[in-house]
Design a protein around this ligand. Structure first.
Ligand code: LMR
Length: 396
């Protein structure tokens, strides 16, 4: 039966990891996958995670099944981290479950949406994370796009976004990035969040917020502005979060899926649907990453250490944005790249042509997504001169 299979191309993002690993050029620069790197190019385990792991090894008593909702302590801590002291918690309107990474949360969300409304459509920003499209279409949800990034002006096409979203009907879902928009780095301002929230209220569509980078943009609280506002103003909301980046727990695969419902009883019913979805796809989530996050967020000392370590990552990325723009200028680049300093989080588009991206990869061993999305965390004091010089040569 396998003879009818067609080989699939490598994933446009993850494939870059393999390509870069196989490249022997000592000057190679990896700006591909969205993974935090320090100035030496390493992705170290956070100190707070190390301490939590020692604690867990010494105190874990059993490896018995944990259940489809995962770790209840983690679920409570994540709800607090995302929503703060929010009235949805007081009103008992939210339910959070642990999931295998942010992608697992999105998959559960997709199946959940399908259970709510078999012909629901999901509207995603143009552009969006490359995996969103296949993730939703693989469960039979029609994916539509709304304008988002203005490639020419390197800014947000907010008017285009609002015009398209004003046609979206009740029962459809609109996917929004909470912060650090992947791939453009262009986020909504607080005022724009207010306008999108008012539109959702008026039209009756349900937001699904993808929050993979809380703390990597402006800060933990600021990055949660949109989700908190929407939870306040709207009857229903779905949110997928990830601990891959902000806790550096990439391979532990830990994230969360949160449902905010109209009432506590509706939240209970919705949770039961999400749990039956989980049972039929992976039965229950991995426990280790959730336990570590719970240990960290339950300890004042470890939480403070995590805040500090997160701030170091955030500040380094922000610094790299300025460094790249400065070095491009010193290398004689006339084109204006200052938009990179006005964007936020792990990614920006360089805005160069696909041929120039190919040339950077083939001739200079500089790896980035075809769209010219670069992972800003991959820039370091060791590679910045080579990087800026190579870009200047390719675009001149
Ligand atoms: C990325 O966009 O590079 C990250 O979210 C990693 C991934 O899984 O694609």
């Amino acid at each position: 039966m396998f003879e009818h299979l067609n080989a699939q191309p490598a994933d446009p993002i993850l494939g870059l990891l393999t390509a870069c690993n196989q490249d022997n050029n000592p000057n190679k620069v990896d700006l591909g996958v969205g993974v935090y790197k320090d100035d030496l190019g390493h992705t170290p385990i956070l100190q707070c995670v190390k301490t939590a792991e020692i604690f867990r090894t010494e105190n874990e008593m059993s490896k018995v099944y944990i259940g489809p909702a995962g770790d209840s302590g983690f679920n409570t801590q994540m709800t607090k981290l995302i929503f703060g002291e929010h009235n949805i918690i007081e009103q008992n309107r939210s339910r959070t479950i642990s999931t295998p990474g942010g992608t697992g949360a999105l998959r559960v969300a997709a199946e959940f949406i399908k259970s709510c409304k078999n012909d629901a459509r999901i509207w995603v920003s143009n552009p969006t994370w490359a995996n969103h499209q296949s993730l939703f279409s693989s469960v039979g949800i029609k994916v539509e796009a709304y304008p988002y990034y203005d490639y020419e002006n390197k800014s947000l096409d907010f008017d285009g976004m609002m015009t398209t979203l004003s046609q979206v009907s009740a029962g459809d879902v609109v996917l929004l990035h909470a912060c650090c928009h992947n791939p453009s780095g262009m986020d909504l301002t607080q005022e724009q969040w207010q306008q999108v929230t008012a539109l959702a209220k008026d039209k009756g569509f349900t937001p699904l917020i993808d929050m993979a980078y809380q703390g990597f943009g402006q800060g933990l609280e600021q990055d949660a502005f949109g989700p908190r506002l929407m939870a306040n103003e709207l009857p229903e909301l779905l949110l997928c979060s990830s601990c891959s980046k902000n806790f550096g727990l990439y391979r532990e695969r830990i994230g969360a899926f949160t449902i905010v419902a109209k009432s506590s009883s509706s939240a209970d019913i919705s949770l039961s649907v999400a749990l039956s979805v989980v049972r039929s796809i992976y039965s229950m989530p991995p426990a280790h990453g959730a336990a570590l996050v719970n240990i960290i967020l339950s300890s004042d000392e470890l939480k403070q250490q995590w805040y500090n370590e997160l701030a170091v990552m955030r500040d380094r990325i922000a610094h790299n944005r300025h460094l790249l723009v400065e070095k491009l200028i010193t290398n004689g680049v006339k084109q204006d790249f200052s938009f990179i300093t006005r964007q936020s989080g792990m990614f920006s588009f360089l805005g160069i042509t696909p041929e120039q991206v190919v040339s950077l990869t083939n001739d200079y061993s500089i790896y980035m997504v075809d769209s010219s999305r670069i992972s800003i965390a991959g820039i370091s004091h060791n590679n910045i001169d080579y990087l800026a010089k190579s870009i200047s040569e390719v675009i001149k």
